[in-house]
Design a protein around this ligand. Structure first.
Ligand SMILES: Cc1cc2nc3c(=O)[nH]c(=O)nc-3n(C[C@H](O)[C@H](O)[C@H](O)COP(=O)(O)O)c2cc1C
Length: 213
């Protein structure tokens, strides 16, 4: 999480790369994610104050409403956030203090639900690591945990979560894993973010997701 940004617009090639990544996510997951550049309409008043009005770009997390929408927004938002970081950018996930109406203005459509934005730009600093739970607090493996599982949990604990709650419990057995992310307003989004991070650490080819029993 970086809340102060340099007054430096995103160069054209960076905007192009981000838009390509957004399109790939939209096609694969049936979403309406978008990049808003050059305005802060989607960022809520309080967040603007915390940003000292420094950021002018953000990803809009949107899609047609469905039971899986929040999880998909979390999963794809994590992909965009980490991809942006590889391009030398920084981000701040704003799941509460955003303006859905302001964000919708940029989309030019009304048949979708916005559930958060991610501010993106060149940070004045690189942020600080969040306070973290231990692996034992968020995971359990039946028998001796293989490397893919411990690597997955390590990555999971790096994931940003709403109010830094890290509400995860991931269980593993054989080459299977199941994950939950608590309940409440941010549960679906945190679940998607957590799945993305666990997969990134564990390696998607090393295990299968099972439904939480
Ligand atoms: C789904 C989600 C919603 C969030 N909403 C807000 C928010 O409304 N306001 C805020 O200040 N931070 C918000 N955050 C930022 C988190 O507080 C932050 O990511 C967390 O404390 C972990 O810190 P890190 O991102 O530096 O690892 C949100 C993060 C996530 C993942």
């Amino acid at each position: 999480m970086v809340r102060q940004y340099l007054d430096k617009p995103l160069p054209g090639d960076i905007v192009k790369a981000l838009n390509e990544r957004i399109e790939a996510n939209n096609e694969r997951h049936g979403l309406c994610l978008a990049l808003a550049a050059g305005n802060s309409d989607g960022i809520g008043g309080m967040a603007k104050v915390m940003l000292s009005r420094t950021v002018q770009n953000y990803f809009i997390l949107a899609g047609r409403d469905s039971a899986e929408l929040d999880e998909k927004l979390g999963y794809c938002g994590a992909d965009l956030m980490l991809y942006a970081q590889t391009l030398g950018l920084n981000t701040w996930w704003v799941g509460g203090m955003y303006s859905g109406r302001g964000a919708l203005k940029n989309l030019g459509r009304r048949d979708v639900r916005v559930n958060g934005v991610i501010a993106v730009g060149y940070g004045k600093d690189q942020g600080v690591p969040h306070r973290s739970k231990s692996p034992a607090e968020v995971s359990e493996y039946k028998g001796e945990a293989p490397l893919w599982f411990t690597d997955g949990v390590e990555a999971l604990l790096l994931a940003p979560t709403a109010m830094n709650k890290q509400p995860y419990m991931v269980r593993g057995w054989g080459d299977k894993a199941a994950i939950s992310a608590g309940s409440g307003r941010f549960a679906g989004i945190d679940l998607g973010i957590g799945k993305y991070h666990f997969e990134a650490g564990a390696g998607r080819e090393n295990f299968e997701w099972e439904l939480q029993s």
